[in-house]
Design a protein around this ligand. Structure first.
Ligand code: SAH
Length: 504
């Protein structure tokens, strides 16, 4: 038998990826097996090393993918097989997370465990809705209560009389379904019907929603709005503070659902800016970059590079990354570039070069390959040797124009763009169910691949509009029969974000 592994019961935080602890991230990166449930942000799984096993054990209300006994057995089995097991739980594992029970099961089986606390939704969801759980003026304590208990039960484990007369903040988890019973019980035990109440669902995420009322009115408001779990219910005067403190829901793109269709590796710049502005971002990559390994011939050319070319023209950040990976597999020193001049199509490509401390000698004012071609005077092209490291789908305009003016052009297909088929985080499914306000396109290949996905929307889903980064992408949209609702004025990610801000 192999040496037993170790299990980490890890708090995954309330939803916002930024609210995960450093320790949690470290363990996710190290795990052999990740066991996670409904309330964990699935984006966390991206930190896992390639090859790590990911097991979803479910539990949206009433929809148990594995029973608690089965989960316990799974934990024991994986640890006995010698694995590093990371059991991720939404919020904090010991706050209504059954973390204590799982720890006991591991101990009984003679297995080692560690617990990593997380930020609980009990505090974070109110905070992101502008509600501090304590405040000198109006609450000197807070109580976190399960909403699972049936308040009409004779021998409830909860002291309803004490909860009703408590002057601090009362926070109910898992309480949406039983809200009418909870509020009437509090009132019948003497709580003031005018006590402010708020509910916050999917707190700290882009899909956060909140509602407000009083003990007397909130159950009806929640029913009328069709407001559903998972939500935290906050009872007490601190709820009033949200009129002033609600920074999260007042950001300009709050309540806007925006789809990002770039590749996983490129999405983060756009998604990050949109999230920062409050948007609910769905990353649905349509394409994936697959580098083409250098063969013997290319390695030989890389070795002789400085004697073979006058210019290298980079038309994407991917080309920079993959080119230099292959370059440094052959050379130890950047000076092997010699006197080769460098051109770049736009700011993202230029930034990637700068990260290597390489300045490009040419960068067009307008960020298209056509404009880049026009940057070269005829005299600069005639008889010169150009290397174009590019993708299998690159726009042929640049090489054609250089050749036309007497340049010698060599093209290297450094990477291929292939359709992304995986939906690991269930984002495509969410899009089909809920729709979106905007779909963003940052290249014509994202348009073509999005079209090829043919994602149909369920009735009631939001109908999206289309946002394009520039004229070439817009043309691709129109060609396939899509409207171009907005187009960036400068053809960059920031330009696109700017237009979205003005357009919504
Ligand atoms: N261990 C978790 C709680 C698990 S019980 C924690 O510490 O947060 C599940 C309940 O947590 C849900 O029914 C809901 O009441 C609450 N919850 C978890 N994440 C939430 C979120 N992002 N927004 C609102 N409520 C959330």
């Amino acid at each position: 038998m192999s040496k037993p592994g170790k299990t980490y019961l890890v708090g995954a935080g309330p939803g916002d990826l930024g609210l995960v602890t450093l320790r949690a991230r470290e363990l996710v990166e190290r795990a052999d097996v990740l066991i996670y449930d409904y309330l964990c942000n699935p984006e966390l799984l991206r930190w896992a090393r390639p090859g790590a096993e990911k097991i979803y054990v479910g539990k949206s209300a009433g929809n148990h993918t594995l029973s608690q006994d089965e989960i316990n057995a799974l934990l024991v089995k994986q640890a006995r097989a010698g694995k590093i097991v990371v059991r991720l739980k939404g919020g904090d594992p010991y706050v209504f997370g059954r973390g204590g029970e799982e720890a006991e099961v591991l101990l009984e089986a003679g297995l080692e465990f560690e617990e990593v606390p997380g930020i609980t939704s009990a505090i974070a969801a109110p905070a992101y809705a502008g509600i501090p759980v304590t405040h000198r003026e109006c609450a000197s304590s807070f109580t976190v209560v399960t909403g699972h208990e049936d308040p009409s039960k004779e021998n409830s484990a909860l002291d309803w009389k004490a909860l009703a007369s408590d002057r601090g903040t009362r926070i109910f988890l898992m309480g949406v379904e039983r809200l009418p019973q909870i509020t009437s019980r509090l009132m019948s035990e003497g709580a003031d019907p005018a006590t402010p109440v708020a509910l916050v669902r999917w707190g700290t995420t882009g899909r956060q929603e909140s509602v407000e009322g009083t003990l007397a009115t909130i159950a009806d408001i929640v029913r009328q709005r069709g407001f559903k779990a998972p939500a935290v219910t906050i009872v007490g005067n601190v709820v009033k503070l949200r009129r002033e403190l609600n920074w999260f829901e007042h950001r300009p793109l709050f309540d806007k659902r925006i789809v990002v269709t770039r590749t996983r590796s490129q999405a983060s710049a756009l998604s990050g800016q949109l999230r920062e502005l409050g948007a609910d971002v769905l990353e649905i990559p349509t394409i994936r970059i697959v580098p083409v390994a250098a063969d013997d011939l290319r390695r030989e050319q890389l070795r002789l590079l400085s004697g073979l070319y006058d210019w290298i023209v980079f038309t994407s950040p991917n080309a920079v990354d993959i080119f230099f990976e292959q370059f440094f597999a052959v050379h130890k020193d950047i000076r092997a570039l010699g006197t080769i001049q460098i051109a770049a199509v736009g700011p993202a490509t230029t930034a990637r070069l700068r990260a290597l401390h390489i300045e490009s000698q040419k960068q067009p004012r307008e960020f298209t390959t056509e404009a880049l071609a026009a940057e070269f005077s005829d005299g600069e092209i005639m008889g010169r040797r150009f290397l174009l490291p590019r993708s299998n789908l690159a726009n042929p305009v640049l090489s054609a124009s250089l050749r036309e003016h007497g340049g010698q052009v060599t093209e290297w297909v450094l990477y291929e763009t292939v359709a992304e088929t995986a939906d690991e985080t269930g984002t495509r499914e969410r899009y089909q169910l809920e729709g979106a306000d905007w779909i963003t396109f940052t290249s014509s290949s994202t348009v073509e691949n999005w079209h090829a996905l043919k994602l149909s929307l369920q009735p009631g889903a939001r109908i999206p509009k289309y946002a394009s980064i520039g004229p070439v992408t817009s043309a691709a949209l129109r060609k396939l029969g899509y409207s171009v609702d907005i187009e960036a004025e400068s053809y960059t990610i920031s330009g696109l974000v700017c237009r979205l801000l003005n357009g919504v």
